[in-house]
Design a protein around this ligand. Sequence first.
Ligand SMILES: Cc1cc2nc3c(=O)[nH]c(=O)nc-3n(C[C@H](O)[C@H](O)[C@H](O)COP(=O)(O)OP(=O)(O)OC[C@H]3O[C@@H](n4cnc5c(N)ncnc54)[C@H](O)[C@@H]3O)c2cc1C
Length: 406
Amino acid sequence: MKRVYVIGGGAAGFFCAINLAKKNPSYKITILEKTTKLLSKVLISGGGRCNVTNQCFEISDLIKNYPRGSKELRSVFSKFAPQDTIDWFEQRNVKLHAEVDKRMFPVSNNSQTIIDCFLDEAKKYGVAIQTKADVREIKNQDGKIVLSIIVNDTNAKDLIADAVVVTTGGFNQEKAYGFLQATGHTIVKPLPSLFTFNIPNNDITQLMGLSVPNAKVKVVSTNYMFEGPLLITHWGFSGPAVLKLSAYAAEYFHQKSYESQINVNWLNKEYEEIKHAVEQLQKQQYKSLPKNTNVFVLPKRLWEHLLIKADLNNDKPWSEITKKSINKLVEVLFADAYTMRGKTTFKEEFVTCGGIELKEIDFKTMQSKKMTGLYFAGEVINIDGITGGFNFQAAWSTAWLAANSI
Ligand SMILES: Cc1cc2nc3c(=O)[nH]c(=O)nc-3n(C[C@H](O)[C@H](O)[C@H](O)COP(=O)(O)OP(=O)(O)OC[C@H]3O[C@@H](n4cnc5c(N)ncnc54)[C@H](O)[C@@H]3O)c2cc1C
C-alpha cells in the first residue's frame, strides 16, 4: 500500500487524487487543504459557470495559448488533451457544451456541477480530505517524503508519504513559495498575467462598450503584438487582443511598471492597403461627408471619433479634404497611439505567471528532478494560459499525468 498526499484542494489537486484513487484502490490518498474551502477557484471560475476547457483539438494550436510552458505541454497534451477532458466529465454524467468562441462549460452553466462531480468521485474512490491542514515543510528522509503541517492553525504534525503531489496553485508573493524553494527548487518570480490596459485621461474611454472584431494591438518599439477583438472600456482597452498581449508581454510590462506606448491598428490591415482604401473612398464618395461614409464598418461613434482625431469631422465633403488630412486619417486607422498607464485585473481572473522552474520537472511524469517522489501539477508550475479554459486544461492534464505516473 502506498501513502500519497496531495497538497492543495483545488482543481489540479482533486483531479489528481480522483484519477489516482480510481486506478489504485489500495493506495491511501489524502488531499491536504490549508483553508476551510475546497475548490474555491472552480466555484468562481468563468463567472460562476466554470470554463472547463476549450474546443481546440489540434495540439499544435492548443499550445499556442500558453505564453509560458507551451513546449513542455506538447508532450503532456499528447497524453491528456481537451477531448479527454470532455470524455472524462461525460463518463461522469457531466456534459460540456461549447460556445461560438470554443470555450466549453458544463451544460448546467453552473460551476457547482463540476464541484459536485469532484466531491462525489472523491467519496466514491475513498479519497480522504483534510481541511485546515497547512503544509509548511517538505523533506526527503530515508526514501520517504516527510510533510510538516499545521492543523487547525495550532497543532504541528509530521506526515510520512511515498509520494507527494504539490497542487498549491499560484501565489502573488514570491515569499509564499518559500516552503517549495526550501526543497531545492527554483521559483520564477510571480507576476500578473491576463490584465486589461488603463488609458487614463483619454477621450477614447467615452466610447466604453464599443468593440471592433479584428484589431491589432502593438507595444511600440517591441515585437509584441496581437490581433483579435478589441473592447473599449471606461478605463481603457480590454478584449482578447489585449489579454493575449498582457500575457505574452507580462514580464516586459512589469519591467516598465505598466507604462507603455501602445498602437492600435483598428482595421488590422497593412498601411498601404488602408491608404489605398481611404484614397478610393475619397474618389468614389467625393460629394459625401466623411462621417456618412463608414465603409470600414467600424462602430459609428468610433468612426466619428477617429475622424475627429484626424481633424476630419467637419462639414466638408471628401472632395475638399486635403492630402495632409487623408494621411493623418490613414495614420490614425493604422497606428492610433495611446499611453498605457497601469493595468486592471480581468474580471477578477487573477492568473500568475511564474512558479516552479520548468527545467526542474520531468514532463514525462510530472516528477521533480530535484526530489524523488515529489510531483507537481497545476498553476504552481511556471505555466499559464490565456483566457478561454486553457488554465484549467493545463491543470487537468498535468494532474492526470502525475496521477498516472504515480
Ligand atoms: C476569478 C477566476 C476565474 C477563473 N476562471 C477560469 C476559467 O473559467 N477557466 C480557466 O481555465 N481558468 C480560470 N481561472 C484560472 C484557474 O482557476 C486556475 O488556473 C486553476 O484554479 C489552477 O488550479 P490549481 O489546482 O493549480 O490551483 P488552485 O485552484 O488555486 O488550488 C490550490 C489550492 O491549494 C491550496 N494551498 C495552497 N498552499 C497550500 C499549502 N501550503 N497547504 C495546503 N493547501 C495549500 C489553496 O488554498 C488552494 O485551495 C480563473 C481564475 C480566477 C481567479
